[in-house]
Design a protein around this ligand. Structure first.
Ligand SMILES: C[S@@+](CC[C@H](N)C(=O)[O-])C[C@H]1O[C@@H](n2cnc3c(N)ncnc32)[C@H](O)[C@@H]1O
Length: 210
């Protein structure tokens, strides 16, 4: 069950020029989350896509984009401790996660994205469909506009851990899942809180006691 919190920050609906619902990445996002539709060919294609966008990715990253992550951490009862940031891109959120949640390891499939991240962050090139991390390692897993590989998130997250899901352009984000989608896609029973901030949406989920 999701408890929807009233927004406490200004909210903007709609992002001019971004039509995430009709983006090819939206289809990939849903297929990965619900059909485990990921193989080497798709991985290569997605990696090449983001490698090719890396040089200009910083132009997409504005300071106000941080509002939904900050709100999720403030009000989401996020589990502190060792944190994995999956699909970390150029690492613009990593320092914030490290300062507010815990020591953070960032993983991304695209080397061209990773090498543009701040040099003082811990970075691993890895495919989030097969993470090089032990079972139950992470107190929290943060995914910002990132693909959800439900089985791996479930495997690597500690029993009491939290999944922090952020879409910085809300429903207009190409890689978007609603809170209900997350609950449905993750194995087992999950519950948590969700809200909106600025243009974005967020959810923080933990395993529900049955
Ligand atoms: C839309 S970008 C988001 C980047 C960053 N989180 C942000 O919000 O700016 C998605 C990122 O996920 C990475 N990615 C895509 N598939 C992945 C996978 N299977 N494993 C790890 N990272 C992946 C891409 O390389 C890209 O950097």
């Amino acid at each position: 069950m999701i408890n929807y919190l009233d927004p406490v920050m200004p909210v903007q609906y709609g992002v001019h020029g971004l039509d995430g619902a009709n983006s090819p990445m939206r289809r990939v996002t849903r297929q990965v989350a619900f059909e485990s539709a990921w193989d080497n060919q798709r991985a290569d294609k997605v990696r090449d896509l983001f490698d090719g966008m890396a040089d200009h990715w910083h132009e997409r990253v504005s300071p106000d984009r941080g509002a939904p992550l900050a709100d999720a951490i403030d009000r989401g009862d996020v589990q502190r401790g060792l944190t994995l940031e999956l699909g970390s891109g150029i690492g613009d959120s990593t320092a914030y996660i490290e300062d507010h949640v815990g020591p953070t390891v960032s993983a991304d499939l695209a080397m061209e994205m990773l090498i543009r991240a701040p040099t003082d962050t811990r970075r691993v090139r890895a495919d989030a469909s097969r993470l090089p991390f032990a079972d139950g390692l992470a107190s929290s897993i943060v995914l910002i506009n990132a693909l959800l590989f439900p089985a791996e998130v479930d495997r690597v997250l500690a029993a009491e851990g939290t999944v922090v899901w952020v879409n910085t352009s809300g429903e207009n984000t190409p890689i978007f899942l609603s809170s209900e989608d997350l609950v449905e896609a993750l194995p087992g029973a999950w519950a948590g809180v969700a809200s909106r901030a600025d243009r974005g949406t967020w959810a923080v989920l933990r395993r529900a006691s049955t």
